[in-house]
Design a protein around this ligand. Sequence first.
Ligand code: BG6
Length: 294
Amino acid sequence: CKGFNGLDKVLLRDPRGSSAEVYLYGGHVTSWKNDHGEELLFLSSKATFKPPKAIRGGIPICFPQFSCHGNLDRHGFARNRFWAIDDHPPPFPTNTSNKAFVDLILKPSEEEMKIWPHSFEFRLRVALGPGGDLMLTSRIRNTNTDGKPFSFTFAYHTYFSVSDICEVRVEGLETLDYLDNLQKKKRFTEQGDALTFESEVDKMYLSTPTKIAIIDHEKKRTYVLRKDGLPDAVVWNPWDKKAKAMADFGDNEYKHMVCVEAAAIEKPITLKPGEEWKGRLELSIVSSSYCSGQ
Ligand code: BG6
């Protein structure tokens, strides 16, 4: 069906009430609701839905470059291209028989080949499980016919909706090494307890565990992020000054979001012709407080 500005979107619904919304523009998940109809992803009230600007919020896909780690525009081009529905995807190893899902595909146009001279097929499956879990599976294949490998970096740039950023804790990243984007990508080691927020944060954690928890104390809600094939994790909140500087982001909206991004950045993925890479993100929620080690 049609979304903002006439852009095509796909609605996924589970009979128990949870739902998700995926725009073909960007292959972008813009909404994920639990079975009470509560929105779990942050989407800015100022998001423009006007190509070529990427949609602010939800789950932008960063490919073939994360942030400014290369010569392309920030976060690459997948998030501001039109994807197509993939009617005949090759079989997926994961069982989706009890899930609502959609398959999308992105292939480079001549325009992309000029800025990133590689042929690829990027297949994205977005699935909603019966418990309301949201699963994104990306499969990227090198289809170069000139025998050349290519390398890329990648992230699911997930914006979680939180009631108050000052009441949020992220567990699973303590004691890990990270590169701080606010300090010229210098390397540090996280100290102490779980991560809390009291100013701008833009950190890339390296070699992270497959499970990270984002705890919203006020809402008594815990997001559990599970990932596969994605060793790194970026944590970002622009805080007040940067928020004001972004035209498509409300001045006070930083209080109600946090990005925790499952990513492969430090060691770019390299594919030879014919090779395929897979990266999976699974999001679920639990409504009581989270116990680490679960
Ligand atoms: C984060 C980066 O992933 O995305 C930040 O670490 C960046 O440095 C942020 O500011 C938002 O990027 P953009 O291009 O969507 O404004």
